[in-house]
Design a protein around this ligand. Structure first.
Ligand SMILES: [Zn+2]
Ligand SMILES: [Zn+2]
Length: 286
């Protein structure tokens, strides 16, 4: 038991070395470099010393608002280790269940002549699209329905945005996203295991992160920050950090609910472009 508690307390430190986590050191470093470039461009002058000084400002990292981000990071991580993983098992449990269900009810899958590379690309693309759409839909529901908003407002109560605000979610919201992730991965990989039983290996499953890697390298950490970075015309496809900041603002609120792609917001009419820089106030509307 002692080992588990040590794990709960220390495992968040491992997030910095886990490329599947948004706060992986390389993603933070790339965010830092991009932020530095963006600020220098906005000011018309590059002041590295001042930038470094503001980066180590403890009032930013340890504000009243940010303390709750850290608390929920530890709390939700503990809940996942103690409750969710033992209760629902690993991601692969549902994969095997779905794969064998399809095998039992439909028999052998039709023989699709596809190369290893084509399967990997297809799997990665389908997974990315369904993952992003399902995140969008759940997020949309969290804003649309009062009983879900009650939980989601914890994330929106942040008045200071730091990369750790990503973890500031109510435990109920954490459970909902955990179940969503399990379901999406289990169903899609289960179908692929059935379709390409002999050809799908762990390597393709690793490939799932290819999109995530690119997204995280492109300043995903700046979404929860005060650095205004718009993607210009590309905002009709991808959600920019500035667009997510509009989502957190008291002024805009119910817009830009997507994670990576903004096309879902475009379809439901909730997309707002971050065309001109705005002075925003973050937090809940009073
Ligand atoms: Zn939201
Ligand atoms: Zn957010």
């Amino acid at each position: 038991m002692d080992v588990i508690f040590v794990d709960i307390l220390t495992s968040p430190a491992g997030f910095f070395f886990d490329s599947a986590k948004r706060v992986y050191w390389l993603y933070l470093l790339s965010a830092l470099l991009i932020a530095s470039f963006v600020v220098a461009r906005q000011l018309g002058v590059w002041r590295p010393l001042e930038q470094l000084k503001s980066l180590f400002d403890y009032r930013y990292w340890f504000s009243q608002s940010t303390l709750l981000d850290y608390f929920l990071l530890f709390f939700n991580n503990g809940m996942r280790i103690l409750l969710l993983v033992p209760l629902f098992g690993s991601h692969l449990a549902l994969t095997i269940l779905v794969g064998s269900f399809l095998q039992d009810s439909l028999g052998d899958a039709p023989d699709l002549e596809m190369s290893w590379l084509a399967i990997a690309l297809l799997f990665t693309s389908v997974f990315f699209l369904v993952e992003d759409l399902s995140r969008f839909l759940l997020h949309y529901c969290m804003h649309r329905f009062d009983f879900l908003w009650r939980f989601h407002q914890t994330h929106h109560s942040a008045t200071v945005l730091t990369p750790f605000t990503l973890f500031r979610v109510h435990p109920v919201e954490h459970i909902l996203y955990f179940m969503r992730g399990l379901l999406v991965f289990g169903v899609i990989s289960g179908i692929f295991i059935w379709l390409f039983s002999g050809k799908l290996t762990g390597l393709q499953v690793l490939g799932v992160d290819a999109f995530g890697f690119v997204f995280n390298m492109l300043a995903a950490n700046l979404r929860h920050s005060h650095i205004w970075l718009s993607f210009g015309r590309f905002e009709s496809i991808f959600i920019s950090p500035a667009q997510h900041q509009l989502h957190h603002s008291k002024e805009h609120g119910f817009s830009n609910l997507g994670s990576v792609l903004s096309i879902w917001d475009g379809w439901l009419g909730t997309r707002t472009y971050a065309s001109k820089r705005e002075k925003l106030q973050f937090g809940l509307k009073s």
